[in-house]
Every structure is written in structure tokens, then in C-alpha cells.
Design a protein around this ligand. Structure first.
Ligand code: ZN
Length: 163
């Protein structure tokens, strides 16, 4: 009889421990373990954990991809969901712009196709932002300069969803 009681307490206790490790109700599973013994233990052992995965998105670790709105890691430079380049659209660059962005947007603003062409061929990012957060494509389109807009698009420039 004492062995049975010991086994029974052990089952209930193990149930509670397993349930607790899975983020489930410890008291509830202690009672279920007391009622159903090994059956409850098997049930709780195969139940999925309620605890969030360690790398679940949070504001500290993740940002929203501006293209597909999925959560991606803050350090990410390429979106793992849509594969787009996230680097140049970083918040810091959004505010300050980059030298190549400033040059490219200025060239687009001046309607200088040749400068835009040589900047892009020199490796300038077609989606780089100037200090006002505009891309060369923004400027070209607002100037209705299809020649420069097409050149930028052919080099991979994309409209950013404005927020
Ligand atoms: Zn994405």
C-alpha cells in the first residue's frame, strides 16, 4: 500500500513538474496527475509547450520588414521572408541619409541622367535615401522624369511604402 501511495504522489508530482516546464497549470496537472496517475503524465508529456519559443519576435530583437511586414531580426540586412535588402532602409539612414543617396537624389533632382547613370554604375545603391528620406526614384517620379525613373528601376530601385 505504501508503495502505491509513493508511486501515486510521484506521478502527480512529475505531472506538475512537466506541466510547469511547459508553461501549463502546475496545480491543475497536479490534480490530474493525482486522479489519473501515469495516464495524465503521458498526456502532459506529449502536449505541446505553451511557452513562447526563445526567439519569438519582440520589439527589442525584431523590426518589421518594410516590404512584406513580417518580423525580422533587428540585425538583419536581408529579409528572411521576402529576401529584400533591409540595410539601406535602416532607421538611422532614414534620418540622416547616406552620401551616395544624397548624390544620387541630387542628380535625379537636377534631371542629370548621366550623373545618375555613372553613380549607379559606380555601385551607388539605387534605394539610398537623402537627408530628407527621399530616394532618387521618389524625386524622378515626382518630376515625371521617366528616363531617370526607368534607369533607376532597371538598377533595382523600388518604391518604399511611405509610413
Ligand atoms: Zn520582407
Amino acid at each position: 500500500m505504501i508503495e502505491f501511495v509513493a508511486f501515486w504522489i510521484l506521478m502527480a508530482g512529475t505531472c506538475a513538474v512537466v506541466a510547469g516546464s511547459k508553461g501549463r497549470s502546475v496545480i491543475g496537472w497536479l490534480l490530474l496527475g493525482a486522479l489519473f496517475s501515469a495516464v495524465a503524465l503521458i498526456v502532459v508529456a506529449v502536449m505541446p509547450s505553451l511557452k513562447p519559443a526563445v526567439d519569438a519576435p519582440s520589439v527589442e530583437t525584431h523590426k518589421k520588414c518594410p516590404f512584406c511586414a513580417e518580423q525580422v531580426r533587428r540585425e538583419a540586412i536581408v529579409c528572411k521572408h521576402c529576401g529584400r535588402d533591409l540595410g539601406p532602409h535602416d532607421e538611422a539612414l532614414r534620418l540622416t541619409g547616406s552620401p551616395e543617396g544624397v548624390a544620387l537624389v541630387a542628380a535625379a533632382e537636377a534631371g542629370n541622367w548621366g550623373s545618375v547613370f555613372s553613380l549607379l554604375n559606380g555601385g551607388a545603391d539605387p534605394n539610398a535615401l537623402d537627408s530628407q528620406g527621399r530616394t532618387a526614384l521618389d524625386v524622378a517620379e515626382s518630376r515625371k522624369d521617366e528616363q531617370i525613373a526607368n534607369l533607376l528601376r532597371s538598377k533595382g530601385a523600388e518604391r518604399l511604402p511611405h509610413d
